[in-house]
Write a new protein. Structure first.
Length: 127
């Protein structure tokens, strides 16, 4: 993304043009509708463009993401209140979280330095 670009369209375009996506799941990831919509887009690129997708679990157990428990369950309680007429969207987000959490990725990162080192290695190597 370039300075001055409108984030949403530019980000979607960047995701679609990428060969790989790294998804960083954290405790509050599911609270963000923006992140959940991005996740849907990333998984569509995986399916239709064979994009490589690597989930990273930062201070969160993959099972919480996969099964939407803990903070993820709490986030969906709020989303359900906010999106009372869009149950289909909620189901798509849940399915996307489950699908992404089932992918081989990196878990057990609990320090920012660990995450930073991992991302440096991933972005420095050719994917």
């Amino acid at each position: 993304l370039k300075k001055g670009d409108e984030i949403s369209p530019a980000l979607i375009k960047a995701i679609e043009e990428s060969h790989a996506s790294i998804i960083i799941f954290s405790e509050n990831y599911a609270s963000s509708k923006w992140c959940l919509n991005e996740l849907e887009n990333i998984l569509e690129c995986k399916k239709y463009k064979e994009q490589i997708v690597i989930p990273v679990f930062y201070n969160i157990d993959p099972s919480h993401v996969r099964k939407q428990t803990g903070s993820y369950k709490q986030a969906f309680v709020k989303h359900k209140r906010d999106l009372t007429h869009n149950n289909d969207k909620l189901q798509k987000w849940k399915a996307a979280l489950t699908e992404a959490a089932d992918l081989v990725g990196r878990e057990g990162l609990s320090k920012l330095t660990e995450l930073s080192s991992f991302l440096h290695v991933m972005t420095s190597s050719s994917m």
